[in-house]
Design a protein around this ligand. Structure first.
Ligand code: SF4
Length: 289
């Protein structure tokens, strides 16, 4: 477990050591887990490999056991191949990747739960198309994963990465807040820009409730991975443009924790509020009984 409990502390530690942020996070990982640099790097390379394999294992004809989810990743990939798509080739590919991974999870396939199974689509959806479009090698993606894990650990320590605890802001929001600084790293941005990207990604999804239909990690979870990926990209782009979060990043995480505590239990993964409580959601529950 990486031991940073604030973004400020994480950035200061890297600055004091004169290390790039990803390297400081790697070294903290080695120290806290008592493993060598090679072991840590090999573990992170394994995560990247597993993300790629999960993406490659997607089949558009697969359906989740409930039948509510499946095929949308294929539809988006088909649309992405057309000329004049609304969002262009890169963003369309990102959206297709998020849907694919979310559907793989709903279909019980092996995924990388980073930070959680429900939000597993966000990181690969931005990293894998980024590598294809911008020509990033695996070693750069592994560095980006360290950046993502460092911010993820601070979020877990300071707020939450659990929908049952903090609502969907803690799952999809956290995934976006990990992916955004990872993208800033890939684009050569500064640690401060990474911190701002993380903060803006959280702020943009603050208060997002956890309301899965039937209590299953399917609806709206799969499609929320798309908005998490798009949130990460827009927050990263704002940070790279020099735009800053007015509220300091650690205070944003504290607000997220407070909002999570304020959410009623019906909106924290109980499947009793929000979309789960709609006539459709109730009908579905009834059908299952
Ligand atoms: S709605 Fe709940 S179960 Fe679904 S992804 Fe969000 S936090 Fe996870």
């Amino acid at each position: 477990m990486i031991e940073f409990t604030s973004i400020h502390q994480m950035l200061e530690s890297a600055r004091e050591e004169g290390l790039p942020l990803w390297e400081a996070i790697l070294q903290a990982d080695c120290q806290s887990q008592g493993i060598s640099r090679e072991e840590s790097l090999s573990k992170m390379a394994g995560m990247l490999r597993a993300m790629k394999e999960a993406d490659g294992n997607y089949r558009a004809q697969d359906r989740s056991q409930s039948g509510l989810v499946g095929g949308d990743g294929g539809k988006m990939a088909d649309y992405a191949r057309q000329d004049n798509t609304l969002c262009g080739p890169f963003l369309s590919e990102v959206m297709a990747g998020a849907l694919r991974m979310g559907e793989c999870n709903a279909c019980m396939k092996r995924i990388v739960a980073a930070p959680t199974a429900g939000a597993c689509g966000v990181l690969p959806a931005v990293l894998l198309p980024y590598a294809r479009h911008f020509g990033a090698e695996d070693n750069k993606l592994i560095e980006a994963l360290y950046v993502a894990s460092g911010f993820g650990m601070v979020i877990a320590a300071r707020a939450s990465i659990s929908g049952a605890e903090g609502g969907c802001q803690a799952e999809i929001g956290s995934a976006a807040a990990m992916a955004a600084p990872a993208l800033v790293h890939l684009q050569g941005g500064s640690p401060e820009q990474m911190a701002n990207a993380c903060a803006m990604a959280v702020k943009n999804l603050l208060g997002l409730v956890c309301d899965p239909v039937g209590g299953l990690v399917e609806v709206p979870c799969v499609k929320r991975n798309v908005i998490g990926a798009m949130d990460a990209l827009s927050a990263a782009q704002m940070a790279l443009a020099g735009i800053e979060s007015r509220v300091p990043p650690d205070q944003v995480l504290d607000a997220m924790a407070e909002v999570g505590r304020s959410l009623p239990h019906t909106l924290r993964e109980t499947g009793k509020g929000g979309l789960a409580a709609t006539p459709f959601g109730q009908q579905y529950m009834h059908r299952e009984e």
